[in-house]
Design a protein around this ligand. Structure first.
Ligand SMILES: *Cc1c(COP(=O)(O)O)cnc(C)c1O
Length: 349
């Protein structure tokens, strides 16, 4: 009955599906680019009768310290995913405006746009990487938001900061370039944050879900100049961050924790190099996309090998890329998880 009340764009949505939502059973989880390092937190909560700070000052301060920005340039969100949604809700008019994305790329740009009835100008990732800036600008057309996932999930490719700057320059007054830096801790020298000094039409998305090992916390940050964020601050829910989340985020951003994160990143980047070597030597693998981030994406000779891995409890993320359904993204885990992948690769055909 209530179905007849649904707007068309909502009726046509498919529920987001992940290994978690499908309740797959496994022992080795390498499907969601999570960190293998779990950390313990102690909480002392005695004021939950009160609403939380809308933007917890200590967390904002700590993230400013980490990112070398001022408080008015930092907005704390419920994961980078909320940042994506907020930018669309703030800057795009439903049924009228559009965004541009470069596929293959992160799936939530499309999910957010579809739920809000915002059109998608789907361009090729290769246009972003190899195209001239004027060509890209032309293809972007009237899109209000241009999503550059950097490094790109799931291909690992990088768009140079100089190119992001040139793109922002040519789109000044027309569009916001949204740089999704969910994986930037794995290649921090590639960050576009320094461009905020010169551009008011750049927004950077960050998260604690990947290198900071806090996917369960649901915390991200939207970084941009004050003017861009003023409007977003009007749209965000009044109390988006719970008191408990704020306390944990604050601890996770202490200078000791940041040092620990960097140490873990170094280990994971090392494990990635080893995984890439294993993959390039494997007869099961026909192609490895080499890039940044805590994941490696590869093409299998035989798609059935994914099921073999699943049956032994190693969960990785299958993808259809470039029109072929035999791609797989493996998140970088710890030593023991890498060993599981190695055992799978060594299984006879
Ligand atoms: C994981 C991921 C996110 C989502 O981060 P959350 O903070 O967990 O919402 C955003 N963008 C990209 C590219 C990601 O891979």
């Amino acid at each position: 009955m209530s179905e007849s009340l649904l707007p068309k764009n909502i009726a046509e949505l498919k529920a987001y599906s992940s290994a978690k939502s499908e309740k797959l059973t496994g022992t080795t989880w390498l499907n969601a680019n999570e960190s293998p390092y779990a950390k313990e937190f102690q909480l002392n909560l005695n004021n939950l009768n009160r609403y939380p700070e809308p933007q917890p000052e200590n967390v904002i301060k700590a993230y400013c310290n980490y990112s070398q920005l001022n408080p008015e340039q930092v907005l704390m969100t419920r994961g980078a995913d909320e940042g994506i949604e907020l930018l669309m809700r703030t800057y795009c008019e439903s049924g009228k405006d559009s965004i541009a994305i470069f596929t293959p790329t992160y799936g939530m740009y499309k999910v957010s746009a579809d739920t809000q009835n915002i059109a998608i100008n789907e361009l090729d990732q290769s246009l972003l990487l190899d195209g001239e800036v004027c060509e890209i600008t032309q293809s972007v057309g009237n899109a209000k938001l241009v999503f550059v996932c950097n490094p790109n999930n799931p291909t690992g490719s990088l768009t140079p900061v100089s190119k992001i700057a040139a793109l922002a320059k040519s789109l000044e007054g027309k569009a916001i370039v949204v740089v999704d830096e969910a994986y930037i801790e794995f290649c921090p020298e590639q960050s576009a944050v320094s461009l905020l000094q010169d551009f008011d039409n750049i927004a950077v998305l960050r998260t604690l879900s990947k290198a900071f090992a806090l996917a369960g916390l649901r915390t991200g940050f939207l970084l941009a100049n004050a003017d861009l964020l003023v409007a977003v601050r009007k749209v965000i829910a009044p109390y988006p961050v719970s008191t408990a989340v704020a306390l944990i985020a604050e601890q996770a951003l202490s200078s000791d924790s940041v040092t620990q994160m960097r140490r873990q990143v170094a280990i994971l980047n090392g494990n990635k190099t080893r995984l890439k070597t294993l993959l390039s030597e494997s007869s099961k693998v026909t192609q490895v996309l080499s890039g940044e981030g805590n994941f490696v994406t590869l093409q299998l000779r035989n798609k059935c090998d994914i099921d073999v891995a699943m049956r032994t409890g190693t969960i990785m993320r299958p993808f259809t890329l470039f029109g072929e359904d035999n791609w797989l993204r493996i998140s970088i885990g710890n030593e023991q998880e890498l060993e599981q992948v190695k055992l799978w690769l060594e299984q006879p055909e």
